[in-house]
Design a protein around this ligand. Structure first.
Ligand SMILES: Nc1nc2c(c(=O)[nH]1)N[C@H]1C(S)=C(S)[C@@H](COP(=O)(O)OP(=O)(O)OC[C@H]3O[C@@H](n4cnc5c(=O)[nH]c(N)nc54)[C@H](O)[C@@H]3O)O[C@H]1N2
Ligand SMILES: Nc1nc2c(c(=O)[nH]1)N[C@H]1C(S)=C(S)[C@@H](COP(=O)(O)OP(=O)(O)OC[C@H]3O[C@@H](n4cnc5c(=O)[nH]c(N)nc54)[C@H](O)[C@@H]3O)O[C@H]1N2
Ligand code: SF4
Ligand SMILES: [Mo]
Length: 706
C-alpha cells in the first residue's frame, strides 16, 4: 500500500517541505508539500530517488590508508571509525587544548546540534561556509539594522516593484520565493534586474540593466541620489527610526544618476526612468539583498546602500515590503528546547579566527572559515589541528584548493561527514557517510514567517547503504568523548519529544500536514513593533554604524571604480543553474543527464577578436598559470569585461565517474584569493579573479577551405 511521508527536501540548502509517496520500500512520487508549495518541486528535488540509488557515494565509513588525496581507503565499521576520530580528538585536546579542534557546517536550520557538540568538547571554533556566500550582505544588514541577513522576509507577492542585483531568483531557486515572484508579475508588479549578463530572471524582467562588472555600488549610489533629490523617500519613517540621515544627504551629493549611468555603462534615461518608477511605487518596493553583492571589493558597501534604499522606501513592516519574521513567541508558544542549553560551560577561549577579539565588527556566531586557515599555517593565535566538515565542502566553496591543502597539512585530523565524496572528503582522513535526506530523520526546526511553524524531516526509506543520520553520529561521538549526556536521547522520537517539551505541541500535531502550525491566522503586520526589533547599539537604523566606527571603518565609503581587465583578459564571474546545487549534484545520474558540463559565456565581439567561435574549446588561464579548458558559449548577452561559468563543475574525485573532470572549476582559477577578504564585511572577493582566455590548442584543427 502506498503511504505518504511528510519530509523536507535535501537536494539543496533551501529544504523545501515535501510530500513523498512510498510503496514497498520504493519512492513512487515526490512533490512540494501541497499545503505550503501547492505541490511545486524543482528538477533537483525530483532527482532525490536517483541520489538514493547512486552507488558512486561512500557505502560505509572509510579511513585513509595512504597519503592524503591518494584515494586509498580502508572500509571500516562505524565503531572503528568513531573510535578512531574520538581517539585523535582526545590526543589533540591533550596536546593543544580543546580549542585546537574546529567544526564547520553548512548553516541552515540545524546548527544547534553541531555547535553543542563542539562546545561540549570545549572548543569555541564553530564555523560555516558563509565567507564564500553571503557574509558581506549579512554584516551590512547588521550594521544598518542590528539584524542579520535572515532578519527580514520579503513580501514579494504583494510588492509593486522588486529590484534584483545579480539575484537570479528564478534559477538560483527557492521554490516559495520563485512562486511569489511569478504571482507578483501576474498581479502587474514590476521586476528590475541588474546583472552583467542576461539570465532566467532577466528575461522575465520589466527592466534589465547590463552593468559593467563590479559597478553595482555606483548604480545604487546614483539611485539614492536621485531619490533624495526628488525627496522621494519616507520622511516620517526616517524621522522616527533612522539616525544620521543628514550625513547620507551630504555624502551622496557627487553621485548623480548621470555619473552612475556612465560608470555602469548603461543609458542614463534608463536609470532616471527607474528612479521615477521606484519613487512612484514606494513603499511597496523591495531592493532584495541577495548574495551577489558579496563578492567584489566594495560589496559590503554596495549591500549597505541596498539596505539603505529599503530604508528610504520606508518598506519595513509594510505589506509588499520587508517583514520581520514572526517567531513561536509571537504566537504565544514557547520555543523549542535546544541542545545548546545542555552545555553547562560554554567555551570562553578566544576564537582561532579572532572574530570577536581582533575583529569586533563581525558576527561571532559562525565567525569566518578562511581565517582558520591562517591559524593552521601560523599557529597564531594558537594552533588549529583538527577539522570536521559536516555538509560542507571547503574545496568547492573557497578559492584555491591547493592553498587550502597546504594549510590543512598542518592538521592531525580531517573528517568529512557527507552523503557524497566531497572534494575535501577525498583529501581527508576519515569519511563518515551520512544517510541521504530521504533515508533519515532530522531534528525539529522552527520556521519563522507570518505563520510560524515547527517542521521535521521524516525518513521515507531505510538506508540502502551502511550510513547513519547526523543525530546518531553526534551522539555516538559525544559518548566516546565523555559528554554523551548532553544529547539526552536514544532515538529520534525521544529527541523530538525532548525538543517539544516546553512548547505544548505534540508529535501528533505534525501528522495532518507534515508540520505543526502555531497559529491559524497570519500575525498582523505592525510597524509599531519595529522599535523594539532594531538591534543596533543606538536602537535606531544606523546610517553611521557605531560598530563600524569603533572598528575604525567608514560607514559611507567613497566609490572606487573596479579594475578594467587588460586586453585579452576578463573578470571570471559565476553563478547557479536551476538543475544543479553547487558541486554535489553534478554526479547525480539524472541531473548529470540534464546538464553534464558547463561552458564559458564570452561576449561575441570579445570572442571574435580572439578568434573564438561558439563551441570552441578555450583555455582559461589564471594569473598563477592554472589553466582550465572549457567549451565557449559566444553570446551578446554578457558584458565584454566578464566571462561566466556555472559553478560546481570540474570535479576531481575519480569514483564519481560521471562528474570526473567534466566541465571547468571556477574556484581552482581563483589563486591568491583565499585571504582576499573584504575588511568591513568579511566576505571573500570571489569575483576579483582576472583571467586570460585563448582559443585552446586542444581544438580539433579547422580545415582550411581553399
Ligand atoms: N568559485 C566559487 N566559489 C563559491 C561559489 C561559486 O559560485 N563559485 N559559491 C559560494 C556559495 S554561494 C556557497 S553557498 C558555497 C557552497 O559551498 P558548500 O556549502 O561547501 O557547497 P557544496 O559544494 O555543495 O558542498 C556541500 C557538501 O555537502 C554535501 N551534502 C549534501 N547533502 C548532504 C546531506 O544531506 N548530508 C551531508 N552530511 N552532506 C550533504 C555535499 O555532498 C557536498 O559535499 O560556495 C561558495 N563558493
Ligand atoms: N538551483 C540552485 N539554486 C540555488 C543554489 C544552487 O546551487 N542551485 N544555491 C543557493 C545558494 S547557496 C545561494 S547563495 C543562492 C545564490 O543566488 P544568486 O546570487 O541569485 O545566484 P547566482 O547564480 O550565484 O547569481 C549570481 C549572478 O550574479 C551575476 N553577477 C556577477 N557579477 C555581477 C556584478 O558585478 N553585478 C551584478 N549585478 N551581477 C553580477 C552573475 O552573472 C549571476 O547571474 O542560490 C541558492 N539557490
Ligand atoms: S529548491 Fe529544489 S532542491 Fe532545493 S530544497 Fe527546494 S525542491 Fe529541493
Ligand atoms: Mo550560498
Amino acid at each position: 500500500m502506498r503511504k505518504t511521508v511528510w519530509s523536507m527536501c535535501g537536494m539543496c540548502s533551501v529544504r523545501c517541505p515535501i510530500r513523498v509517496e512510498v510503496e514497498n520500500g520504493e519512492i513512487k512520487w515526490i512533490e512540494g508539500n501541497p499545503h505550503l508549495l501547492g505541490g511545486a518541486l524543482c528538477a533537483k528535488g525530483s532527482a532525490g530517488p536517483a541520489l538514493v540509488a547512486d552507488d558512486e557515494r561512500p557505502r560505509q565509513p572509510l579511513i585513509r590508508k595512504a597519503g592524503r588525496g591518494a584515494g586509498q581507503w580502508e572500509e571500516v565499521s562505524w565503531y572503528a571509525a568513531l573510535d578512531y576520530i574520538a581517539d585523535k580528538m582526545k590526543k589533540i585536546k591533550e596536546k593543544h587544548g580543546a580549542e585546537a579542534m574546529m567544526m564547520s557546517c553548512r548553516g541552515g536550520p540545524f546548527p544547534d546540534m553541531f555547535k553543542s557538540f563542539l562546545h561540549g568538547f570545549g572548543s569555541p571554533n564553530f564555523t560555516n561556509h558563509d565567507s564564500g556566500c553571503g557574509r558581506n550582505v549579512h554584516h551590512a544588514s547588521k550594521s544598518v539594522y542590528g539584524l542579520g541577513r535572515k532578519g527580514f522576509i520579503y513580501d514579494i507577492k504583494n510588492a509593486k516593484h522588486l529590484v534584483l542585483f545579480g539575484r537570479n531568483i528564478l534559477a538560483a531557486l527557492r521554490i516559495a520565493e520563485a512562486n511569489q515572484v511569478m504571482d507578483m508579475l501576474e498581479n502587474g508588479g514590476k521586476l528590475t534586474y541588474v546583472d552583467v549578463r542576461q539570465s532566467m530572471t532577466g528575461i522575465k524582467a520589466t527592466r534589465f540593466f547590463q552593468v559593467r562588472p563590479g559597478t553595482d555600488y555606483a548604480f545604487l549610489l546614483g539611485t539614492i541620489h536621485g531619490l533624495i533629490k526628488k525627496e522621494a523617500y519616507d520622511k516620517e519613517f526616517i524621522e522616527r527610526y533612522v539616525s544620521d540621515f543628514d550625513k547620507l544627504v551630504e555624502f551622496i551629493e557627487p553621485y548623480t544618476p548621470d555619473w552612475a549611468a556612465k560608470e555602469c555603462g548603461v543609458k542614463v534615461k534608463g536609470i532616471k526612468d527607474f528612479i521615477n518608477e521606484v519613487a512612484e511605487d514606494r513603499p511597496k518596493v523591495i531592493f532584495h539583498p541577495g548574495w551577489m553583492l558579496s563578492r567584489y571589493r566594495d560589496s559590503f558597501y554596495a549591500s549597505r546602500a541596498l539596505h539603505i534604499l529599503n530604508v528610504l522606501m520606508g518598506n519595513i513592516e509594510v505589506e509588499g515590503g520587508q517583514l520581520l519574521p514572526k517567531t513561536p513567541g509571537d504566537c504565544g508558544v514557547k520555543g523549542l528546547r535546544t541542545l545548546g542549553s545542555m552545555v553547562s560551560e560554554k567555551p570562553t577561549q578566544e576564537r582561532a579566527d579572532q572574530v570577536g577579539t581582533k575583529y569586533t565588527h563581525f558576527d561571532k556566531g559562525p565567525g569566518l572559515f578562511h581565517l582558520f586557515y591562517k591559524a593552521m599555517e601560523t599557529g597564531k593565535p594558537y594552533p588549529v589541528k583538527g577539522l570536521i566538515c559536516y555538509r560542507h565542502d571547503p574545496f568547492n566553496c573557497f578559492p584555491d584548493p591547493q592553498a587550502q591543502k597546504r594549510a590543512l597539512d598542518n592538521c592531525d585530523l580531517l573528517v568529512s561527514i557527507d552523503t557524497h565524496y566531497s572534494e575535501f572528503g577525498w583529501y581527508s582522513d576519515v569519511i563518515l557517510p551520512e544517510s541521504t535526506y530521504l533515508e533519515r530523520d532530522s531534528a525539529i526546526v522552527a520556521q519563522k514567517g507570518n505563520k510560524p511553524r515547527f517542521i521535521k524531516r521524516n525518513k521515507a526509506l531505510e538506508p540502502r547503504l551502511d550510513t547513519k543520520p547526523m543525530w546518531e553520529i553526534v551522539k555516538m561521538l559525544a559518548d566516546r568523548l565523555g559528554f554523551g549526556d548532553n544529547f539526552p536521547y536514544n532515538s529520534i522520537e525521544e529527541l523530538w519529544k525532548w525538543q517539544l517539551e516546553p512548547t505544548g505541541v505534540s508529535l501528533e500535531d505534525f501528522d495532518e500536514k507534515g508540520y505543526a502550525e502555531l497559529t491559524d491566522t497570519p500575525i498582523p503586520i505592525d510597524q509599531e513593533k519595529l522599535e523594539k526589533n532594531i538591534k543596533t547599539p543606538s536602537g535606531k537604523i544606523e546610517i553611521i554604524s557605531k560598530v563600524l566606527t569603533d572598528a575604525g571603518l567608514p560607514s559611507l565609503k567613497e566609490y572606487e571604480s573596479p579594475l578594467k581587465p587588460p586586453k585579452g583578459q576578463f573578470r571570471l564571474v559565476f553563478g547557479r543553474t536551476a538543475v544543479h546545487a553547487h558541486g554535489h549534484t553534478i554526479n547525480n545520474p539524472l541531473l548529470h543527464e540534464l546538464m553534464p558540463d558547463n561552458s564559458v559565456w564570452i561576449n561575441k565581439r570579445a570572442a571574435s577578436k580572439l578568434g573564438i567561435a561558439e563551441g570552441d574549446l578555450v583555455d582559461v588561464i589564471a594569473h598563477d598559470g592554472t589553466t582550465g579548458v572549457i567549451k565557449a558559449h559566444v553570446t551578446d548577452f554578457i558584458h565584454a569585461e566578464a566571462i561566466y561559468v556555472v559553478h560546481g563543475f570540474g570535479r576531481q574525485v575519480p569514483l564519481q565517474t560521471r562528474a570526473y573532470h567534466s566541465g571547468m572549476s571556477d574556484q581552482k582559477l581563483q589563486g591568491g584569493l583565499l585571504q582576499d577578504m573584504d575588511p568591513a564585511g568579511g566576505g571573500l572577493c570571489l569575483c576579483e579573479s582576472i583571467v586570460t582566455v585563448l582559443r585552446s590548442s586542444k581544438n580539433p584543427k579547422r580545415r582550411v577551405e581553399l
